[in-house]
Design a binder for this molecule. Structure first.
Ligand code: APR
Length: 360
């Protein structure tokens, strides 16, 4: 961690220390879970989309595309069996979030993650907004009938043992596919996301209640989540804890922004130390029996790739003719989607219009 970023972390910690009444709103993404052994999506080489793009899907994000899922649920089933909650432990950064709750300094956590590690770290649901949903509930994508958690899990286990279409979870009323309430591209975010964000924005208007906003472990590329930092009031301090400079921090930096380019766990160590919470953090690490080394995920990624290899869309497949959306297309789609859709309730970015290829 560079000296500059150590100093920036200490500056953030000092701000927190000197303003004990100020709470914190966290906006987080997959980067805070990579040290738990869960690959993020877009990191070069290790990101899930890098591994998926090799497998000739129409485009990597298709695995979370509602139209694609309806057509070909198998890739999502493969990924879900690897990502399903319960196999991973919280990171040091998740435990720092828990400490903010314990020290009554936590206002909210907006997470894009579906790994439920914020809950597993012991943070109350009242503080957690799962912007992209979770596996906790399931519904029929046809008639919207709600199903509880274990119906999908039961079929997922069956599918893992015998990967045949008959084992997909289907609705008892209309035989539609049942899908976890994970927000796919093209689906609406939960209403609670918008309602809570609106009320949190209001707290930024008042000097007394104004929080600090800390963004961590996200590339800020998926809307409307990616627009949240731009909506933070100018008087509210924003901090970014991320391996790279991203989103509004790069596009429209503010003088008051605190930029910490490093691993989130390293920042967690310094913040806890500067706030005098190191002992509490150590106690949580012991309580969660956190591995000191990062679990090796190469086998997991290998098994995803192997399984997905079987699903590679063959050249002779009539749909295989669709042109790969090149990086330029994706960038262009992304910039369009970011302009047209910042106020959308739907989860957007670069989403090739799969319905076209569906009709080919
Ligand atoms: N510490 C800090 N930053 C990290 C770490 C780490 N240990 N590991 C990765 N990062 C950074 C990466 O450099 C990247 O900028 O975290 C960011 C992760 O970005 P993405 O992989 O795009 O993940 P995220 O932003 O959460 O993706 C958003 O995209 O496909 C959808 O639904 C999916 O919710 C997800 C959304």
């Amino acid at each position: 961690m560079s000296k500059d970023h150590i100093n920036a972390t200490k500056k953030l910690a000092k701000l927190l220390h000197d303003n004990p009444k100020q709470k914190v709103i966290f906006l987080v993404g997959a980067g805070i879970s990579t040290s738990c052994g869960i690959p993020d999506f877009r990191s070069p080489e290790t990101g899930l989309y890098h591994n998926l793009s090799k497998l000739n899907l129409p485009y990597a994000e298709a695995v979370f595309d509602i139209d694609f899922f309806e057509e070909k649920p198998r890739p999502f089933y493969m990924l879900a069996s690897e990502l399903y909650p319960g196999k991973f432990k919280p990171s040091k950064f998740h435990l720092l979030l828990k400490l903010f709750q314990d020290q009554k300094r936590l206002q909210r956590i907006y997470t894009q993650n579906i790994d439920t590690l914020e809950r597993q770290a012991g943070i109350s649901q009242a503080y957690i907004i799962e912007a992209h949903g979770s596996f906790a509930e399931n519904h029929c994508i046809n008639c919207n009938k709600i199903y509880d958690m274990d119906i999908f899990k039961k079929h997922l286990d069956k599918y893992q043992k015998e990967p045949i279409d008959k084992n997909f979870a289907r609705c008892r009323s209309c035989n539609g596919l049942i899908k976890p309430n994970i927000v796919f591209f093209g689906e609406d975010l939960p209403k609670r996301f918008f309602a809570t964000w609106d009320s949190d924005l209001e707290t930024m208007d008042d000097k007394e209640t104004r929080p600090i906003v800390i963004v961590a472990g996200t590339s800020l590329t998926v809307y409307p989540f990616a627009s949240l930092p731009t909506e933070v009031s100018k008087d509210t301090t924003r901090a970014l804890i991320n391996r790279e400079l991203v989103g509004d921090f790069k596009a429209s930096p503010r003088k008051t922004d605190i930029i910490i380019e490093c691993n989130s766990d390293d920042a967690a160590d310094i913040i806890a130390k500067e706030l005098g919470w190191s002992k509490q953090l150590d106690d949580l690490i012991k309580e969660h029996d956190l591995l000191t080394t990062i679990p090796d995920v190469t086998d997991e990624l290998e098994s995803i790739s192997k399984e997905l290899d079987k699903l590679t869309i063959k050249e002779d497949d009539p749909k295989a003719g669709e042109e790969e959306s090149s990086d330029e297309n994706k960038k262009e789609n992304k910039s369009n989607s970011s302009k047209e859709n910042t106020q959308t309730e739907q989860k957007i970015p670069a989403k090739k219009d799969f319905s076209e290829s569906k009709s080919t």
